[in-house]
Design a protein around this ligand. Structure first.
Ligand code: IRO
Length: 310
């Protein structure tokens, strides 16, 4: 059974890697990801300056998934640029860099800094952080997203990706795809980021479970699987010549299989990785292999994008 993926001029031994934000803020985290059986690794979204993030508690897990309002805690883009400059690309799995500047100017400055160094890492522009009080996310302001992509593509001349929020209306899939199809160098989209501004309530305490935003936070885990699968399938249909990375609700081989069946080129693990640790990559990969063997598939292309309709 072959789980390898070739895309963006990269080779991955496994389609599985971390969702940005999970196990990727510190060098220790990134080194744990690099040492794991994940096929790639992506850094925590970074800003121009280091950020503490929101007050704690800012993350909480339930039986069905997670809620977070981290508030973009990160060590600042230079920390990740240093990691990217010292990374041994020839002998390691692919490295992705997530960027989530607080302003367009910040985003452009960070991207310029990476561009100048002509590193093999792939940039992923986060259009969808839902947890910055008072800051609407670009993913839900398509004219602003288009403007940002235009400004980036004025100078950035290498393949890159974007991290998208979930969309829920078919007209939004159409409108978003119309924007993304304008940019040839935008080679992939990652669907989805957390489902924004959910509210988890603790009945015993009669209280919310996280401090920021009076308890509102991005939802991940089992809660979001149908939404993430829909976003993958709808964007695969609408973005010819681009790839879609599946993210949301992956906790076993079955969900990884679903995402690939829906058309995903690779599959990210967030909530499950946060709760289980890097062993999740070995377990999920084995479960995926077992499922493929039972179905008579020997490689991912045997079933990728072949979801049947009725
Ligand atoms: O609160 C966060 O740091 C965060 N949390 C998320 O669930 N998605 C994001 O893109 C971000 I930047």
């Amino acid at each position: 059974i072959d789980l390898s993926v070739s895309w963006l001029g990269l080779e991955m031994k496994s389609p599985l890697y971390n969702a940005s934000g999970v196990m990727c803020r510190s060098v220790e985290d990134l080194e744990a990801m690099r040492a794991s059986s994940a096929g790639a690794l992506i850094t925590k979204s970074c800003t121009l300056e280091p950020r503490e993030g929101n007050p704690e508690p800012r993350y909480f897990a339930t039986k069905l998934g997670t809620i977070n309002s981290m508030g973009l805690p990160n060590y600042g883009y230079q920390y990740y640029l240093d990691y990217a400059q010292n990374y041994d690309y020839a002998n390691n799995k692919p490295l992705f860099i997530s960027i989530s500047g607080m302003t367009l100017a910040d985003n452009l400055a960070i991207i310029k800094a990476f561009h100048e160094r002509e590193l093999p890492c792939i940039l992923e522009v986060n259009l969808s952080c839902p947890n910055l009080p008072g800051k609407p996310q670009l993913g839900y302001d398509l004219p602003a997203a288009q403007n940002a992509l235009e400004k980036i593509c004025e100078f950035y001349d290498r393949p890159f990706g974007v991290k998208l929020p979930p969309y829920f209306d078919v007209s939004h899939f159409d409108q978003a795809a119309e924007v993304f199809n304008r940019f040839d160098l935008l080679k992939y989209v990652t669907c989805i980021n957390s489902v924004g501004n959910g509210l988890v309530i603790d009945v015993d305490a009669e209280s919310v479970v996280i401090k920021p935003k009076d308890g509102l936070g991005g939802i991940g885990g089992d809660y979001v699987l149908p939404t993430s699968l829909a976003n993958v399938r709808e964007f695969v249909r609408r973005l010819p010549g681009k790839q879609v990375v599946g993210c949301g609700g992956v906790k076993s081989g079955a969900e990884a299989f679903m995402h690939i069946l829906a058309g995903a080129i690779t599959v990210q693990v967030g909530s499950c990785l946060y709760e289980e640790g890097v062993g999740a990559f070995d377990r999920i990969a084995q479960e995926l292999k077992d499922l493929m063997a039972a179905k008579g598939y020997s490689k991912l292309d045997d079933f990728r994008g072949k979801l049947k309709t009725l």
